[in-house]
Design a binder for this molecule. Sequence first.
Ligand code: DGL
Length: 279
Amino acid sequence: MKKYDISTPGPIGIFDSGYGGLTILENIRRVLPEYDYIYLGDNARTPYGTRSFDVVYHYTLECVNKLFELGCNLVVLACNTASAKALRSIQQIDLPLIAPERRVLGIIRPTVEILNQYTKTKHVGIFATPGTVQSDSYPIETKKIHPDISLSMEACPMWVPLIENNEHLSAGADYFVEKHVKALLSKDSQIDNIVLGCTHYPILLPTITKFLPKDINVISQGEIVANSLKLYLQNHQEIDVKCTKNGQIEYYTTESIEKFINTASIFLKEKIDAVNITI
Ligand code: DGL
């Protein structure tokens, strides 16, 4: 097994199963523009949200290894499903063996940490992939940090495929969004905030808000994760000095470059280049 040290500074790795992590990356780059980044989308194997624990763990570990190979000393899993199903094992089992000085961070804990700043009723809803919902990671973390907050979750298996296939503005998207909005609200009438617990979902935000009562606030993770990463780098100078700072970004995809460039450019509202990578 290859072992990675931390002697050479490198870009920060941002990983997602597909395009969803771009909604996180956009915010991270706004808050931390001076750093270099490598974005890796495992578009060929997306969605992760309907796959088993073992498969998500295995795929995520392969992608983290690839980002290490590309020189990243710090990797953010900009994917709730991977954070829910793979982060703990990677941190506790794999990192000590393959890269004890490198770091892999998830996005569920930082999201849960700030929930109390939003909710007044202490009733919060979560839209997420079936995998994230089944893992129970959100309720487990919330119970630890804010035991007074009651969570209701709704799994939305069709939302990621709609987004990955650029169908997020279609009538089909309206149907599946309305269905899950109604289902979540019927679980708890006191919900005053809803977390988009999948990094793909901000792409559906205009459709989601169309079907939600105006007094319910929607929380996207981008800004929360970006601020939490900023704080992490301030508090961990030993990692910060191992991150290069030239304001550059590279995109890697496991799918065809053309498909990635076309769709990612719509989400990022800018033209980008990408490199195909085999995992
Ligand atoms: N973007 C991922 C997340 O935040 C899920 C996408 C997928 O199902 O592959 O959960």
